[in-house]
Each structure stands twice: as structure tokens, then as C-alpha cells.
Design a protein around this ligand. Structure first.
Ligand code: NAI
Ligand code: MG
Length: 331
């Protein structure tokens, strides 16, 4: 029995999370689901977009599945619950699998995993303005500990999934200290994985190579900002936002989510594509060690896509609920 914390959030979040719950329930796995609040709706109800009870629930669950939140217009004491959640729970690894889908919008032959550092780098939150607003500074913090754990996570995942290479992406020729440390740690860690080839690549070269020949990459590991950009770039080769899923992994908690936002204009129309959340649920199954069920769910989703039984964003005519039913039938 797995304890799963569901975090529906705002907009289409509740619609895609309900769909994923139905699909997970159709698998031969025992679930104990509990829902907790996050986002703007939760702020309006309780005064906080991320109540402590929600954080505690994520910590005490085996894993969490998160929909999406809406960012409200300027509210002084409002904070991003997604960023806060990643920081509070130290969810240091952001995983973005990028895999071809059987659809005309997807290139073939791609199966890569982008592993992005999620807690430091240029997003450490150390910023200031000087000289009466004419000079703004952001500090880029890279630590040995932060680099070690993300690089080790990338090599561990490569090993677990039978991949043969890891690309360490940096800009150490210019950012000599911060990227220099990240790069040096990568060379140290790579020695512990003799069966895996480590390739280093400058981030600008990587951006180019991703467009030229994305199938060359198996695992990419990189710092926060670079990973943010490269993972969004990469997902456009394999179907885009409707199907892109991600995981945020820490030592004590894990939160899986679709990459898309709350898509306010789609609420209640039945047009929200649940695929990204289904694939996030498949990642969650893999994290829980249910590899067979994960593959089963992914196969069911891919068969639907291949036969055109999809929502309008992928050229089909099914509603969220109809596509969910079809996936369940295929399971
Ligand atoms: P969005 O991802 O919600 O929508 C971008 C475009 O993709 C829209 O045209 C939307 O209709 C479409 N789309 C998104 N998800 C879809 C799905 N499942 N099926 C079919 N089409 C889909 O991004 P946008 O419009 O920039 O932001 C809307 C709200 O979401 C904002 O308040 C933003 O701050 C928030 N947001 C939240 C995120 C999160 O919770 N992790 C991530 C990104 C944005
Ligand atoms: Mg992004």
C-alpha cells in the first residue's frame, strides 16, 4: 500500500489529477490517496499558498503527485508555492525524461533524461540592487555538496536504466569558478561509474547539438538555469507541453508533476490533455519501484496516442474524461 499525497492545485490541475487518480486506481497496486491544498485557491481559503500541513503531508507520504498552480497578479505577501516546496523539502533533483511519442509532432529515436540541479546555481535567490537602481547583481552559488549529489543522481539513474553515457553540461571556460567546481566534481564522481562514459559539453554547444541531433543524448546533468532552459527546449521535440512530465526528488520526499501550468482558459472545457500527468504518474511508479506497472501505464498512453485517441491539442477529438477512459481500457 503506497501513501500518495495528491496536490491538485488550480485551473486544470484538479482535472488532470482526478484523471491520473482514476488511471492509477485501475492498476493492480494498492493506493492510499489523500488530497492537500496548494496554490492560489488554497491561499484564498487558508491564507497561505503552501500551508505547513501540505508540506508535512508530502514528507510523510511515499510520493506526491502535483497538478499545477495559478500565479495571481501582484499580491504583496504571496510567494511561489512551487519554488517554496522545492526549497523546503530540499527536492534537489529535477528529472525531465524526454522520449519520442508515436505522434507527428514528435521526432523519432529520442530517449534522454535531463537531470537538473534544483536548489542552487543562479536561482539561489541572492540578488540585490545597488547604485540607486542602476546596477543589479545575482550571485550564482555552486557547492561541492550540491554538485556531488546531483551528479551522483545522474550517474545512478544512468546505471539503473542501462544507459551508457552521461553528458555533463557547463560553461567552465567562462564561469571558471562556479562551473569549474561543478566540472571538477563531475570528473571525480565519474570514476565511480567505470561502465558509463562521461562526456563534457559547453552549454551553448549543447543547445545546438540538441537541435541538430537530439538522439545522441542519453543523460544530461547540469546546473539549475541551464537545465531549466535545455529541458524546455528538449521537450518540444517530443510533443511539447501536453505530454511533458517531471519529477522533483529529494532525500526525504518526491513530487511528480506535469510541466504545464494551470491553463485557465481550458478549465471546464474537457480539452485539458491528461497525458503529461499520466506520464508523471508513470515516473512516480518507477520511483516507487513498480517498474512493470510504470511500463504498462506508459504503453497504454502511447497506444492511445498512436491511434489518435487523444485530446484536441494532439489533433484528436476526445475530452479529458474520454481519453482517461480509453487509457484505462488499454490498461
Ligand atoms: P500553461 O502551461 O498553463 O499554458 C500554456 C499553453 O499550453 C496554453 O495555450 C494552454 O492552453 C496549453 N496547455 C497547457 N497545459 C495543457 C494541457 N494539459 N492540455 C492542453 N493544452 C495545454 O502556461 P501559461 O498560460 O503561461 O500559464 C498559466 C498559469 O499557470 C499562470 O498563472 C502561470 O503562472 C501558471 N504556471 C504554473 C506552473 C506550475 O504550476 N508548475 C508552470 C507554468 C505556469
Ligand atoms: Mg521552466
Amino acid at each position: 500500500m503506497y501513501k500518495i499525497c495528491l496536490l491538485p492545485g488550480d485551473g486544470i490541475g484538479p482535472e488532470v489529477i482526478a484523471a491520473a487518480k482514476d488511471v492509477l486506481t485501475a492498476l493492480p497496486v494498492e493506493w492510499d490517496f489523500t488530497e492537500f491544498g496548494i496554490g492560489f485557491g488554497e491561499y484564498q481559503r487558508s491564507g497561505s499558498p503552501l500551508p505547513d500541513s501540505t508540506l508535512q503531508a508530502i514528507l510523510h507520504a511515499d510520493a506526491a503527485l502535483f497538478g499545477a498552480v495559478t500565479t495571481p497578479p501582484n499580491i504583496p505577501n504571496y510567494f511561489s508555492p512551487v519554488v517554496r516546496m522545492r526549497q523546503s523539502l530540499d527536492l534537489y533533483a529535477n528529472l525531465r525524461p524526454t522520449r519520442s511519442i508515436p505522434h507527428s509532432s514528435s521526432r523519432a529515436g529520442i530517449d534522454m533524461l535531463i537531470v537538473r540541479e534544483n536548489t542552487e546555481g543562479l536561482y539561489s535567490g541572492i540578488e540585490r540592487v545597488e547604485e540607486d537602481g542602476d546596477r543589479a547583481i545575482t550571485e550564482r552559488v555552486i557547492t561541492r555538496k550540491g554538485s556531488e549529489r546531483i551528479i551522483r543522481k545522474a550517474f545512478d539513474l544512468a546505471r539503473q536504466t542501462g544507459r551508457k553515457s552521461v553528458h555533463v553540461v557547463h560553461k567552465a571556460n567562462v564561469l571558471r569558478q562556479t562551473c569549474g567546481l561543478f566540472r571538477m566534481v563531475a570528473f571525480e564522481i565519474a570514476k565511480e561509474y567505470p561502465e558509463i562514459t562521461m562526456n563534457e559539453m559547453l552549454v551553448d554547444t549543447c543547445a545546438m547539438e540538441l537541435v541538430r541531433a537530439p538522439e545522441q543524448f542519453e543523460v544530461i546533468v547540469t546546473t539549475n538555469l541551464f537545465g531549466d532552459i535545455l529541458s524546455d527546449e528538449a521537450c518540444m521535440f517530443v510533443g511539447g507541453l501536453g505530454v511533458a512530465a517531471s519529477g522533483n526528488i529529494g532525500a526525504d520526499a518526491a513530487v511528480f508533476e506535469p510541466v504545464h501550468g494551470s491553463a485557465p482558459t481550458l478549465v471546464g472545457t474537457g480539452k485539458a490533455n491528461p497525458t503529461a500527468t499520466f506520464l508523471a504518474a508513470a515516473m512516480m511508479l518507477e520511483y516507487l519501484g513498480e517498474n512493470e506497472q510504470s511500463a504498462r501505464l506508459r504503453n497504454a498512453v502511447e497506444t492511445c496516442i498512436a491511434s489518435g485517441q487523444v485530446t484536441p491539442d494532439l489533433g484528436g477529438s476526445l475530452t479529458t474524461g474520454e481519453m482517461t477512459k480509453t487509457v484505462i481500457q488499454r490498461i
